[in-house]
Design a protein. Sequence first.
Length: 67
Amino acid sequence: MMLKELCKISLEEQIKEIDTKITDLQDRKRQLVVAKEREELRRFVEAAEKNGLTPAELAMQLLERRA
């Protein structure tokens, strides 16, 4: 926004606009994090399958490592 445009908008309106942008960006970030986690999981399962493990065997090995 140009300085003249900012002066025409009240401070409260500017704050509200910024809060809306922040909320939108936080939502987008959450979506991207979920997409990244899904992609990492998909790659992990693919790698396990290439090494001859079924998803169930992979899950068992992961559970054993936690114990």
